[in-house]
Design a protein around this ligand. Structure first.
Ligand code: GLN
Length: 470
């Protein structure tokens, strides 16, 4: 690869032009802005050069950038231009990276297949008849198809890990508070977090090192010092203690996914890891709890899209009430409307205690399960998803089935702990399978060390989708 910033950026833009028409992972290619930034970096390279000098990065379109639109995959924000860039974008720029594209997502990050995008669905590079997962489908596909080396996604309940597992790449959801959410359009504020995507663990580490840390503009970002993740990767991981969560290997788990996950645990055993069974007894409540908390928060967060302050406004409303309702009716897609209604219901007087408060109590129990389990292990491993990538339309008419696609993911968001997905094999028909690793709060360094130990012993992450050869 050409080491000049302009060389790297123009290669990425050329790959986007060539392959994206088949994959549709990009909403906006920032051709001009990215080329200008790269030329400026080459003309006056900062000293020292940033750790991501000239590296092209794709960014999920719910993260505000100073150039191009920030649509959140929604018609209501189709022409919205953010007045400021997100903290993570500033940090990428400081590290010398160049944002080359804004990527597709399920509208407002609500979904598990990218089929809920208000614009078009994104395709899985391993099989274009299948979904890439979601909601960060665009960012994940951009990395999986090698359009860019790195991307940023966001998670509220699995939106980085689930598509990473469907597309055979590595994706990390950091600890809640590890990365600033300033400039990430809010979906469910007690869960939302930005995270890195790359083909391997060292890539995730480079990107995480660039974006992690306290930012005064997000009061939920934490001052905990950012460890030297790269240094930690270079160290031996020592004795690895793996927790095998019995509840994550139950009914509904695809046989090939089970086989690949168990084989991955075997790899750890061969590396000398101590594997023991642990229990997360409140796992059965995860999906119900997540879908009450996230919809309740979404109903409040999305109230700001009212036709006055942002984006789309209906033409010729009868009066101001009609202006609000027609704007929102025209601007939001069906899944977003469903979430707003569910959340409003769960928060309404008379139901608040029965649903929202109950969900908060369940959330505390889910979190305590993890704190208890981590007394006996460094990481908990499981399949990332119950099945490999599904076909377009397969779950689109059944919201509950779609929600269950994240059954192994949402607990980490509710507990606030870091979790990642790394490739651990393929089905006979060539679809990627992901291994999930979850760790205690702020133990990203240890988590990444353990994930790296696996990748040093295996080659699944090196396999490229056939479309890359085109
Ligand atoms: N599938 C989850 C949902 O629809 C994923 C959300 C996310 O992590 N952004 O809520």
């Amino acid at each position: 690869m050409n080491a000049s910033a302009a060389g790297q950026v123009s290669e990425a833009l050329a790959r986007i032009r060539r392959l994206d028409p088949h994959l549709r992972c990009v909403l906006t290619a920032l051709e001009e802005d990215a080329s200008a930034r790269a030329a400026a970096l080459d003309a006056a390279p900062p000293t020292p050069r940033g750790p991501l000098f000239g590296v092209p990065v794709a960014v999920k379109d719910n993260i505000c950038t100073s150039s191009g639109a920030t649509t959140c995959g929604s018609k209501i924000l189709a022409d919205f231009r953010a007045p400021y860039a997100a903290h993570v974008i500033e940090r990428l720029h400081e590290a010398g990276a160049v944002v080359v594209a804004k990527t597709n997502l399920d509208e407002f990050a609500m979904g598990s297949s990218t089929e809920n995008s208000g614009f078009f669905p994104t395709r899985n590079p391993w099989d274009v008849e299948r979904v890439p997962g979601g909601s960060s489908g665009g960012s994940i596909v951009a990395v999986a198809a090698r359009l860019v080396p790195y991307a940023l996604g966001s998670e509220t309940g699995g939106s980085i890990r689930q598509p990473a597992s469907f597309c055979g790449v590595c994706g990390l959801k950091p600890t809640y508070g590890r990365v600033s959410r300033y400039g990430l359009v809010a979906f469910a504020s007690s869960l939302d977090q930005v995270g890195p995507v790359a083909v391997d663990v060292p890539g995730v580490v480079r990107l995480l090192g660039a974006i992690a840390g306290r930012d005064e503009r997000d009061s939920t970002s934490v001052g905990e010092p950012v460890p030297d993740y790269e240094g930690m990767l270079a160290e031996s991981p020592g004795r690895i203690r793996i927790g095998y969560a019995r509840e994550y290997f139950g009914e509904g788990l695809h046989p090939e996914t089970r086989k690949a996950t168990e084989a991955a645990i075997e790899v750890y055993r061969k590396l000398g890891a101590d594997v023991r069974e642990i229990s997360l007894p409140h796992s059965a409540y995860t999906i119900a709890c997540y879908y009450i908390v996230c919809t309740a928060e979404a109903s409040s967060n999305l109230a700001r899209f009212d036709g006055v302050r942002y984006g789309h406004r209906t033409k010729e409303p009868a009066d101001y009430i009609d202006m609000y309702s027609a704007t929102r009716d025209e601007g939001f897609g069906p899944e977003v409307k469903r979430r707003i209604m569910l959340g409003t219901y769960a928060l309404s007087s008379g139901y608040y205690d029965a649903y929202y408060l109950k969900a908060l109590k369940a959330r505390t129990l889910i979190k305590s399960d993890f704190l208890e389990a981590f007394k006996a292990c460094d990481v908990i491993v499981s399949p990332t998803t119950p099945t490999p990538a599904f076909r377009f339309g397969e779950k689109a008419d059944n919201p509950l089935e779609m929600y269950l696609a994240d059954i192994y993911n949402c607990a980490a968001n509710l507990a606030g702990i870091p979790a990642m997905s790394i490739p651990c094999g393929f089905t006979e028909s060539g679809l990627p399978i992901g291994l999930q690793l979850m760790a205690p709060h702020f133990a990203e360094g240890r988590l990444l060390q353990i994930a790296h130990a696996y990748q040093k012993a295996t080659e699944h992450h090196l396999r490229k989708p056939p479309i890359c050869a085109e």
